[in-house]
Design a binder for this molecule. Sequence first.
Ligand SMILES: *[C@@H]1O[C@H](CO)[C@@H](O)[C@H](O)[C@H]1NC(C)=O
Ligand SMILES: *[C@@H]1O[C@H](CO)[C@@H](O)[C@H](O)[C@H]1NC(C)=O
Ligand SMILES: [Zn+2]
Length: 994
Amino acid sequence: MSVHFLAFLSILAFSSGGVLATCGYKGCPATVPGMLNVHLVPHTHDDVGWLKTVDQYYYGDKNKIQNAGVQYILDTVIAELVEDPAKRFIYVEIAFFSRWWNEQTDKTKALVKQLVNEGRLEFVNGGWCMNDEASTHYNAIIDQMTVGLRFLKENFGDCGKPLTAWQIDPFGHSREYASLVAQMGFDSLYFARLDYLDKAERIKTHTMERVWHASPSLGKTADLFFGALYYHYGPPPGFCYDVYCADPPIMDDPNLFDYNVDERVAEFVRLAQGQNDVYGTNHIMFTMGSDFQYSNAPMWYKNLDKLIKYVNAKQNETKVHALYSTPSCYTYNLNKVPKRWSIKNDDFFPYADEPHAFWTGYFTSRPGLKGYVRETNNFLQVCKQLEVWGSFLPNLKLQTNSNILRKFMGVAQHHDAVSGTEKQNVSDDYAERLSIGRAECKELVSDVLGKLVQKNSSVPSPQFVFCDYLNISVCPLTVNNKQFTITAYNPIARQVTTVVRIPVTSNYSITGPSGKPVTTQLQDVSEGTKQVRRNRGSAPKELLFQVTLPPLGFQTYIAEASQGGVKARRHSQSQTEAFKPNADTTIENQFLSLTFDGSTGLLKSMTDKKSQKSTSVRQSFYWYTSSMGDLKSSQKSGAYIFRPLIQTPTDLFNGTSVGLTVIKGPVATEVRQQFQPWLSQVIRLYNNREFAEFEWTVGPIPIKDRVGKEIITRFDTDLQTNSTFYTDANGRQILQRIRDHRFDWQYNNTEPVSGNYYPINSRAFITDDKMQMTVMTDRSQGGSSMKDGSLEIMIHRRTLGDDHRGVGEPLNETGQFGDGLIVRGQHFVLFTSVDKAAAAHRLLGEELYMAPSLSFSQWVPDWATKFNTMKSMVSRSLPSNVHLLTLESWTNGNILIRAENQFAIDEDPVLSQKVKFQLKGLFEPFVITNLEEMTLSANEPLADEKRLQWNVTDSPSPTPPAVKPVPVPPSTLTVSLNPMEIRTFIATVKQAKN
Ligand SMILES: *[C@@H]1O[C@H](CO)[C@@H](O)[C@H](O)[C@H]1NC(C)=O
Ligand SMILES: *[C@@H]1O[C@H](CO)[C@@H](O)[C@H](O)[C@H]1NC(C)=O
Ligand SMILES: [Zn+2]
């Protein structure tokens, strides 16, 4: 009877390939009720770059640096799995798996598909990499997960869909990340690294496994079951059977002296029961593997086979049942346990593994790479949008696509990539790959823009070039030509205004897209810029002008060298005034006024013009000297860990003056400050922009004294902030922080500064409940508020010791010229009343990470009559709280669209409301004929999503109900968005008739 019933089920469960599908929870091995079930999870942790490059790891090259070769892992594991249906393996990093897959024969591929269909090989996480959680932006996380999960979906169908998020190595865990994976349909999240005191408390209170309320805005929709692993992510002590390990194998010939079965089984049972005392159900998980393990899989499996056999032979007595399993099957079994799980509300930052080892340095480590990754995300979004527009242009055959950059960006999100914890040559490798991907995208963007500007196919399209060094006033095209054009593409679905700054040798007049002259400002390139660009350019001047760009569209501006006289006057050439003040000086625009001290030249006070409220504010730079170990601990400051020698930083203001220079013009007013020969700053107010821009240029950090240094900027205001400050998570949620405090466990203040550092991905703020000062960043950094009214952000670091967490190098970036890396970046400071703060920082945040992309072209006579000088690809703007997160070409000519409400609940009286917009008739090039709503990762229709539900203990504050997506009516394609809700659609489209 039961046999027939099973056969019937099996027929229904055939997967798309016609193969018997018993993947997912259906394929879970049987467990034994009334016994302790020990889920043995064979796994390998394969970093996509760390001590070696991603290629070297794949092939097993440079084994003297680290003996690791991923190809052999997959080769030997698959051979083992094929031999024995009981065996299980999980695989994580699709950047590696996809390479291996592409090298296999059809026969092997068919075998592997069968393994996946039968749940014997299970993908967990399934992103292109296992991304960092502190320094990654949510846009890049979603993209990298999408690339990996799409590969799995295309090659393995529904059985390729991972159910478990597996973040075993990242150095702390973000609430926004948990929220994102919940929205991707994952049922659980496992990790190893939480603060050692947190872990001790979890062990004591039996709360290693809990349910995370990962988003106050999304309520139950973002609830995620998670587990902290017990033995880090390795096997229990004594049970490692890899080639890298030295534990005793199972020696089971009773005639031998070394027979150890009874002793090994007893020890296994003891450890299992010990772990179960902490976890408290009748299931535990043992992670049987570690970094790059299983390159000789038979060693592991042979011993695990024996272990299972001998442990289970004693189970009548021990009540311990061992089995091959996976994290998903473990989760599935836990879900059936009648238990109410406790609730986690905050996050897992910062992470410390010892009293003097807070992993807060990597929030800032490798600021150059971090900046490049953020900027490249911006360009990738532009590239993907133009790829979509390009696919609807007649007579355009694209020579390249965005895939290369998507994948390299995927690798760059790895927890030893953008985190800055890799060796120097590996960091260089990541940067080189990004630049190769960018080059592909530049070609694509140029080709598509060329067609978009074309009015008449008989006039050849212009070529567009890009100036990657505009931030240091280097751009050969604008410096070497008397006439040229600037085309700015806006990837945001609403109008934006920005200021263009280009290096020039003399004055130019600028004509806007409608033929009108544009107000410009010509000023000298700063000394700081000359220092940082060295021999890479020599333009003496820079030209500034403001542009207002249409939603998802471009405008072209024409530049002509002015001959002086008539033309210059006609073009409202502005007067720029430069002076060195000797009394207090105030600069201002419509929103802010900033006063600088007449004697020191430092910022002294700041006024919000709307509310007429001021605060005193001193802003300066400081350094912490990096510890090389002391009497308390030998712990050094390094790539991962920030450990200052002395808790009070040294002021880098030289005690006299920063030599203030003020430059006033019609586009911007700026002050220039020199703190040290290697440290300068320009503070700018732009006409009609709400923020003050603080552009710092730092480096080479001096190390002649053989002392490492970590540089911060610090704003000291008189706001009464009551030990409280706020930092964002992955550019999205905001979390409250309280100095010397943790919300979930008893904090021990062993490292007063470092223990108060948190990741700042895009913004941090302090407030006295009336006024708020928000600092927006252009890359991920670490920061804190070490006293009330104060906000500090670490911007650069150079250490001379290695912090003993594996990288084996000091974080001593020597840069392109060998004398120390120079970093230039920006902070955008908002000072507003509290009720206006979210509107200001949310919209600015969107504009910063999705900034307009500038491209340049050689002049062609009669440009303005020959070519389109402006175009928008949408018929209307989206409401300002709606962010068009994704627009990319998908399978079968479909288009992937993601839209989000970029405001959190209760942040803004108006913009935090539910918002609606219509997709119908929105896009000019195409008409949407069908819209299928998907989970966030686009690998499953939302209608098919079935997540496990968990019983939770009554929390002090009730969980908001699940945010249920409102169906999209086909007649209008109206999409409604709750606060922080992201909705993902695959659109079937056809070309619009023009
Ligand atoms: C365990 O106990 C069951 C039930 O009493 C029995 O059928 C089985 O043979 C026992 N197994 C071993 C290995 O002793
Ligand atoms: C401080 O820096 C200013 C500006 O660069 C310079 O003019 C001054 O001489 C410096 N003073 C000292 C004491 O180094
Ligand atoms: Zn790792």
